[in-house]
Design a binder for this molecule. Structure first.
Ligand code: TIU
Length: 239
């Protein structure tokens, strides 16, 4: 993009009020779009969840990913994952409840939430490309025990656009961590999903309540409409 055609900020229609997106200083953060959460036989299913609710977020997240790639803005993918020896998995996490399989147990997609296993991979439609940041995180929040904060500081990022699963667990936890660290956070509504649709709806309301106590939320179309001039300029300059 020719810097002279890039505005200082791009207004995005959002709740609770307009989000002013700063080009190049805004990273797309895609939370845990892993086979272990989205496909049958993974960690999400082992907890007794109906994983079919999550597939709807893949296409909208791909739309965002394609836009960020076209604009050459920063992209972060996260994976909830553990070392093969489970040294970074607190026993309190592994032993919680009575799941069919626990973290580290062998399932149809390999050992649940263990790095390097097929189930731990991000779904093929959203697979990271070279140059994109991939954060392996042992917790629900992506800042806890990871280099994410340092990476964003290195890139000069101060705003985060969120997609991923699940809305009320890892997405919300990470948005709250980011909000406390001074980032402005926008959640794209169609690009996130929960095993419990009512929890997704409630989480969006919690985020935008009280004047945006955690951040902003917007439909995918609002963001894509706002980015259209930038995407068109990028396409024209590439032609
Ligand atoms: N169980 C559930 O809803 N979520 C998680 O355990 N992790 C994420 O949200 N990534």
């Amino acid at each position: 993009m020719n810097p002279s055609t890039t505005p200082a900020s791009i207004p995005v229609a959002a709740r609770p009020f307009e989000f002013r997106l700063e080009p190049r200083r805004t990273a797309l953060v895609i939370i845990d779009m892993q086979r272990d959460f989205i496909e049958p036989g993974g960690f999400g299913a082992s907890l007794g969840n109906d994983v079919s609710h999550l597939a709807a977020a893949v296409g909208p997240t791909r739309t965002l990913l394609d836009a960020w790639r076209a604009l050459a803005w920063p992209i972060v993918h996260t994976r909830e994952s553990h070392a093969p020896d489970l040294s970074d998995c607190p026993p309190a996490k592994r032993h919680r409840g009575s799941p069919k399989l626990r973290i580290g147990d062998a399932g149809p997609m390999g050992r649940l939430l263990v790095r390097g296993e097929p189930g731990c991979d991000i779904v093929p439609a959203l697979a990271p490309q070279p140059g994109e940041i991939v954060i392996d995180k042992p917790g629900k929040g992506a800042f806890h025990a990871t280099p994410l904060g340092a990476e964003l500081e290195r890139l000069g990022v101060r705003q985060l656009v969120f997609a991923g699963v699940t809305t009320e667990v890892c997405v919300q936890t990470t948005m709250r961590e980011a909000n406390d660290r001074g980032f402005e956070c926008l959640l794209v509504e169609e690009a996130t999903a929960s095993y419990f649709p009512a929890f997704k709806a409630a989480t969006i309301e919690m985020i935008v309540a009280q004047g945006g106590i955690v951040g902003w939320a917007a439909p995918l179309a609002s963001l894509m409409t706002a980015l259209q001039p930038q995407l068109a300029a990028r396409t024209a300059s590439a032609a």
